[in-house]
Design a protein around this ligand. Structure first.
Ligand SMILES: Nc1ncnc2c1ncn2[C@@H]1O[C@H](COP(=O)(O)OP(=O)(O)O)[C@@H](O)[C@H]1O
Ligand SMILES: [Mg+2]
Length: 227
């Protein structure tokens, strides 16, 4: 046996039911998953199958009705607010389909924002180094409306990575991009997490994006199965 890998995310027997009017909809039904440091896991599944719900639980933005979610060995539902939010901000990076950049701020300021939220100072040099790695060094002074979709998503990836999280959760990050930009963004995302030994959970509909991950599962009828 080699060195033991750190488990970054562990979900055991996770259930999540939404109450919709007078009916219950069990979106997640006994989900088990483990993601180790540096591992990239792709999750596919039909629209409405519960992929975003699963990511919200993994981020501690939502709590399971049953089962356990552990981040870095910490049981998320044992943390009360605002500790849970702080724990998430420190340890997780989030990437969304629609980038979620602040329109009134420059790319550099959007990246810096995480530092303000987590109380860690981000040096200009660190931002420039990361921007260079992601191919957006020339764009740091621009606001989101002066950037293409692919460029905005690279800024969002920089924002997700600047505080050196242990886990990046990405929810259909290439879903709004044309194929060429999607492939560039996915390459940058896959390589940048790899270079940091940061784990990635990627929700995607794209075969080529899923193929850049180390492992792949599919969410079917509330359960994860090998894909
Ligand atoms: N807050 C909510 N309240 C009620 N139903 C919800 C809520 N969020 C999601 N759902 C329902 O749960 C199911 C799974 O949603 P979601 O996790 O967004 O799926 P996916 O990301 O795979 O498209 C859908 O049927 C959706 O309508
Ligand atoms: Mg979704």
């Amino acid at each position: 046996m080699g060195e033991s890998l750190q488990t970054v995310l562990r979900m055991r027997g996770v259930e999540r039911t939404y109450h919709d009017g007078n009916q219950d909809v069990r979106v997640l039904d006994d989900v088990d998953v483990e993601v180790n440091s540096g591992e990239r896991l792709a999750i596919t599944g039909e629209s409405g199958s519960g992929k975003s719900t699963l990511l919200h639980l993994a981020a501690g933005m939502d709590l399971p009705d049953a089962g356990v979610v552990e981040l870095l060995g910490q049981e998320v539902n044992r943390l009360a607010e605002p500790e849970r939010t702080r724990f998430r901000a420190r340890n997780i990076g989030l990437v969304f389909q629609d980038y979620n950049l602040v329109e009134s701020l420059t790319a550099a300021e959007n990246i810096e924002l995480v530092g303000w939220l987590t109380g860690t100072r981000t040096s200009a040099a660190a931002i420039e180094r990361l921007a260079g790695e992601l191919g957006i060094a020339e764009l740091l002074g621009r606001r989101p409306d002066q950037l293409s979709g692919g460029q905005q998503q690279r800024v969002a990836i920089a924002r997700a990575l600047i505080h050196q999280p242990s886990l990046v959760l990405a929810d259909e990050p290439t879903g709004s991009l044309d194929q060429a930009s999607a492939e560039q963004v996915m390459q940058v995302l896959a390589e940048s997490v790899r270079a940091r030994d940061c784990a990635l959970v990627l929700v995607t509909h794209s075969e080529t994006a899923a193929a850049r991950c180390d492992r792949r599962v599919s969410l079917v009828a509330g359960k994860l199965e090998a894909a």
